[in-house]
Write a protein that binds this ligand. Structure first.
Ligand code: BG6
Length: 474
């Protein structure tokens, strides 16, 4: 709905920016760090020296000073589990523990509150080797112990922890290379229990607040047909509610549960899991948002055929290959939405979708919301004047921040907005040529150059936004 005037951002609104360890730190084998699953995948091939990333491990002081100059109230970053416990569940590495004390202290020195993600796609590789990763319940214990170490070490300084980044994307894109759907849903269940145990532990050990951080988005039906509308509700259970209903209510969504049980895909749940899932509850919901999804109804056989036809990636069918991952036979097929704007790198631009997503989250869960990622990945150009004129990013962010203000006017308790990314870092699968940062990092995929930090135009724009608490968006 349209209001005659919008409510202002709350006084203590958490203006932030985000990063993750493996995409920014580099120093992948320094100071006792163990290997994570990211350090062994080949997906980064073709990107020279990706393991240096943005060299944030060595340059965190310079980076945080710039983030302070931009005026950030919060900096969201992740701890590399393999720096704290190199083999996942063995000895604690004092140098790794000390490093994050320094990062946290550096933030606090400038009055920036750290928002700390415990696990952002970088499971210790040793856990994969020893136990098959999340396939095993041993990973639950390993994560609980690692989380406890973090709460005990940092819990007196950190007010906000996030458990697992985008568990739903790890599952839907099968990032654990699970051999079949049954194993995939079992691994997912183990992550949900591990997360619940970490939330319980956090509440026992410190006074920080804790939240899950899935990628959540509204689901649009492709047409106004009743079947597509139902498909969008069902797909919402699969993509969003499977993760948040379990974290908040300790229950699997009913229809999805029956769908999985009928196909013998529902995980084995040991009795005590139910009480753990009920007991472990978040204080707020963090979520990453990049654009709403559009689906149409698809029958089981048609869906299987579609996935089968697109299971190998080729240059010609890349879009269908990706959508194959997101299609669930018998529920819905995910599709491009011709009415949704896109960035040049084919990501959605949909601020209205952000407002709808927040409305749905608020109406379902009544918990404060924190946007832990949102952003515009583009191949920025460093121009002859030594600057980056990223007016497209400013426009993107302005429209999404306006959607935040509209959501606040809708009555939603939105506590913060932390776009991706604080500075340029390595994209999950498109190198550093896909840049999201407010600060340019002078390197490219083939040449490390000098890694110099150069504030982009969006840096100065966001500085004004923060300074005026969102009243000066243009
Ligand atoms: C989110 C992840 O999925 O999106 C980040 O949490 C990621 O790690 C970001 O970098 C942007 O996606 P991509 O693939 O463009 O890097």
């Amino acid at each position: 709905m349209e209001y005659k005037s919008l409510l202002p951002f709350p006084k203590n609104f958490l203006w932030g920016a985000s990063s993750s360890a493996y995409q920014s730190e580099g120093a992948w084998d320094e100071d006792g760090k163990g290997k994570s699953v990211q350090d062994v995948v080949e997906v980064h091939e073709g990107i020279a020296d990706w393991k240096v990333a943005s060299d944030h491990y060595h340059r965190y002081k310079e980076d945080i000073a710039l983030l302070a100059e931009m005026g950030l109230k919060v900096y969201r970053f992740s701890i590399a589990w393999t720096r704290i416990i190199p083999d996942g569940d063995g000895d604690i590495n004092p140098k790794g523990v000390a490093h994050y004390h320094k990062v946290i202290d550096e933030c606090l020195k400038y009055g920036i509150e750290p928002v700390v993600t415990l696990y952002h796609f970088d499971l210790p590789y040793a856990l994969e080797e020893k136990y098959g990763g999340w396939r095993s319940r041993q990973c639950i214990d390993a994560f609980e112990r690692y989380a406890e170490v973090c709460f005990k070490e940092y819990g007196s300084k950190v007010k906000y922890f996030l458990t697992i980044n985008e568990q739903n994307m790890m599952v839907m894109f099968n990032l654990g290379n699970f051999e079949n759907e049954k194993v995939k849903y079992q691994a997912n269940h183990h992550m949900l229990v591990a997360q619940a145990k970490a939330m319980i532990k956090c509440h026992e050990v410190c006074s920080a607040k804790i939240a899950p951080a899935p990628n959540i988005t509204a689901i649009y039906p492709l047409t106004s047909s009743p079947a597509d509308n139902l498909a969008s509700i069902d797909y919402d259970q699969l993509r969003n509610r499977l993760y948040l209903d379990v974290s908040v209510f300790g229950e699997y969504p009913q229809a999805l549960r029956r769908f999985l049980e009928e196909r013998d895909l529902f995980p084995i749940v040991v009795q005590e899991d139910w009480s753990i899932l009920k007991q472990g509850s978040p204080d707020f919901i963090a979520f990453n948002y990049y654009g709403a999804f559009t689906v149409r109804a698809i029958g089981e056989q048609e869906g299987i055929d579609f996935k089968e036809a697109n299971k190998e990636a080729t240059a010609e069918n890349m879009a269908n290959f990706m959508m194959g991952f997101m299609t669930e036979p018998g529920i819905a097929q995910s599709l491009d939405n011709p009415l949704q704007e896109q960035t040049p790198m084919k990501m959605a631009i949909d601020p209205i979708g952000l407002r709808i997503t927040m409305r749905q989250l608020w109406e379902r869960y009544r918990l404060p919301l924190f946007i832990s990622e949102n952003g515009c990945g583009v191949s920025d150009e460093l121009t002859a004047d030594g600057k980056v004129h990223d007016d497209y990013r400013i426009d993107y962010l302005r429209r999404h921040i306006l959607a935040c203000q509209e959501a606040i006017s809708d009555g939603i308790d939105l506590i913060g907005y932390s776009p991706w990314s604080a500075f340029d870092l390595i994209s999950t699968h498109q190198g550093i040529k896909k840049r999201y940062g407010f600060i340019y990092v002078n390197r490219d995929d083939q040449d490390l150059k000098d890694l110099k930090r150069i504030p982009k135009d969006s840096f100065y724009w966001y500085q004004q936004v923060i300074k005026t608490n969102g009243t000066k968006l243009s």
